[in-house]
Write a protein that binds this ligand. Structure first.
Ligand SMILES: [Zn+2]
Ligand SMILES: [Zn+2]
Length: 278
């Protein structure tokens, strides 16, 4: 049997490919209008795609925002619900997309120690370097730019991703260059002193390889002005050639996008499979 990328990470799943990055209303950004677990199941099954629910887990918000889906220990309820679904659906994985904060490394480790065993897949992400100002939302970038330069904002992001990799807290890392979602030549134009080069992103990939960390090929980029994946096909191909382990995620927040992106997830697996890792 061909060793697929899907199966080199985890247990045998029903289908050949897995979309590792699915959000439901358990994620704070779509708590009021997001799909449920059950909404995704028939589409995934019909299209022969395993799915991993990868909800946002942002320590500061979980602790302080009483409207957060995981506030006050509700993660237990989340896991109970998924575990029940998993009993009858062998194409579902439980997961979390956990925000990394350098100053909270000990708390993150403690959290992961507690939950690693009962969650199939945990991945680390950087969305905010200034607490409360996620760079994945344009309005917050514009507000941040009143207090710091674009160069500083970009540097802060990449330094935080580097810290996350070096910390080795996470075995899997999502969208390593998502800061470019709105900051790119088509939208918020980087000034000349900004380094948004492929080399910078590629070097983070090298660091992941050195540390045995799996890298996400996140397909959500084309939804935004950047118009390409996180990271680009070229960069991910180069990383794979050097031996990177890649996992693929649509980063779905709604059903239509999930459905429309399934064929791209399969194509992405085929691209990665064709590359012999050295
Ligand atoms: Zn994310
Ligand atoms: Zn996500």
């Amino acid at each position: 049997m061909i060793k697929s990328i899907n199966n080199c990470f985890y247990k045998q799943m029903r289908f050949k490919y897995t979309d590792y990055h699915i959000h439901t209303k358990w994620s704070s950004d779509i708590i009021n209008n997001g799909p449920s677990f059950e909404d995704y199941l028939p589409i995934a099954k019909k299209n022969r795609m395993n799915i991993c629910f990868l909800e946002h887990y942002e320590l500061y918000k979980v602790e302080n925002d009483k409207f957060h889906p995981f506030f006050n220990g509700k993660i237990e309820k989340y896991l109970d619900e998924i575990d029940e679904i998993k009993e009858t659906h062998d194409f579902v994985l439980s997961g979390l997309e956990v925000d990394y904060y350098k100053e909270r490394e000990n708390d993150l480790l403690e959290f992961l120690d507690e939950y690693r065993k009962c969650i199939d897949f945990i991945a680390g992400s950087v969305h905010e370097c200034d607490i409360g100002y996620p760079i994945t939302e344009k309005s917050y970038i514009l507000r941040l730019l009143k207090t710091k330069s674009l160069k500083q904002l970009i540097d802060d992001y990449f330094i935080s991703v580097e810290n996350m990799i070096r910390s080795k807290i996470f075995k899997n890392i999502c969208h390593i260059d998502t800061v470019l979602r709105y900051i790119n030549p088509n939208e918020i134009k980087p000034s000349e002193d900004c380094d948004i080069s492929d080399k910078r992103i590629f070097n983070l990939g090298l660091l992941c390889i050195e540390n045995g960390i799996n890298i996400e090929y996140n397909l959500s980029g084309p939804k935004y002005s950047l118009g390409r994946t996180f990271p680009s096909k070229k960069v991910i191909t180069n990383m794979r050639e050097l031996g990177a382990n890649i996992f693929i995620g649509s980063d779905s927040h709604d059903l239509k996008y999930f459905k429309d992106t399934i064929s791209n997830v399969k194509k992405a697996y085929k691209i990665i499979e064709q590359i012999e890792a050295k």
